[in-house]
Design a protein around this ligand. Sequence first.
Ligand code: SGN
Ligand code: CA
Length: 511
Amino acid sequence: MKILRVVSLAIFLLLNLSVVAQQRPNIVIIISDDHAYQAISAYGNKQVKTPGIDRIAKEGAIFKKAYVTNSICGPSRAVILTGKYSNKNGFKDNENSSFDGSQNSFIKELTKSGYQTAWIGKWHLETQPQGFSFWQILPGQGSYYNPDFLMMDGSKKRIDGYVANVVEDVAENWMNNRDTSKPFCLVIGHKNTHRTWMPDIPDLGLYDKIHFPLPHNFFDDYAGRKAAAVQDMTISKTMIMGYDLKMYDSKDAEDREGNIKRMNATQRTAFDAYYKPIYNNFISQHLTGNALTEWKYQRYMKDYFATAASLDRNIGRTLQYLDEHHLTQNTLVIYLSDQGFYLGEHGWFDKRWMYEESFRTPMVMRYPGVIKPGTVNNNMVLNLDIAPTVLEAAGVKIPSDMQGESFLPLVKHNNSKGRDAIYYHYYENGEHSVSPHFGISTGRYKLIRFYKRVDSWELYDLKKDPNEMKNVYGKKGYEKITAELMLSLKDLIKKYEDEDAAKILEQSITK
Ligand code: SGN
Ligand code: CA
């Protein structure tokens, strides 16, 4: 009798444990590369369609004020993983940093608590992933066509096809073979829409009929903004006709291009059949000056949006996979980019700045039963907050040294106030010549300190000047707000223990 009771108690406990295990949500985080919020229909773009991303927003929440703490690829991913600013996780820039994988991450916390965890696709943190049940990553920036992958056993594997499709295939294959007795956390890292914006073959020409209007500050003269005046990221000067826009004057030149060289014969034939007539037409027009720059902008937009089409389609595939495997109801899905991107604003492509287009990132999140469909969130949230958010959803204690804050309460109770200011620090001082800078944004005002390349302060009133064209630092009437922002900036620097920034501030005060 006693044995029977012990056995039934054990069965009862086991059943309950498995129910608890089942109740912990699965987590799918999709991170794209350089995908601008301006490029998404849910964020108001009327010229392109992004049904995959829009579906997440419609069935969950759209974050209208999601920002990054350091607008560049590797650093952003390191922040997402660790929930810590670059000065704490050590990965400050893409040029000299290499990620210390021995430090803690939300993935390690999830793995420890019984989740199956995987990272598939773009990683870009130099060192190998640590603490995952599985990973299969693109080396460095990865390739659009027939990408190579680094495998867990140290080998390299080339997979035929277009990168976004292949990454999704690998992700689905991992989900098919996972241990279904455990909840899972899968990060899908897409290469799209990184430079050099190479669309999948069926998407070539997708937007050729559309004329993209120039942003009204396309011909910015950078007056009053020292750092903007010395950058090297304009469509007019920096964007390359061959490498970026695929306008090659000879087959030899095209053959030398690594991204093209790796295409198979079928891909190359289709690619050339699309770009050659565009090249011939371009040559016949003899464009110069602004007309040439505007032509480059149209080509940039057409390639960029066609590359984004495949990203969105594969996000749609992930959602469909969850539907077909009855996982939708118990899976939290987050889509975000590693940062925002310039689609011609200020005449630019690329990212890096604390100006809105690169500082802000698209972010949508679906969490059935927790987030009301159609939620529009206007709180200032950060990529820094992903780690604690995911841990809270998984019921795992958030390590006290994580610097982000879970935004689950903000989306659960959509009237919560959230932060009143956010802190930013960009360190790199190389390609594209963007000066290192740090600063504070309250949503209404933004105070930026540039250092190293240029030494200057900028202040913007985003209500009066949403496109950040008029630096009002030192202008009459802004003394009070400048002093207030300076104090808050100091507080945040202290809070996040950013010693580099603290020193620079101190020096500028004693100067
Ligand atoms: C490459 C690109 C840059 C880009 C960085 C960082 N040049 O260096 O345009 O800013 O990546 O991008 S390229 O000639 O190699 O395309 S990030 O996505 O890794 O942040
Ligand atoms: Ca990026």
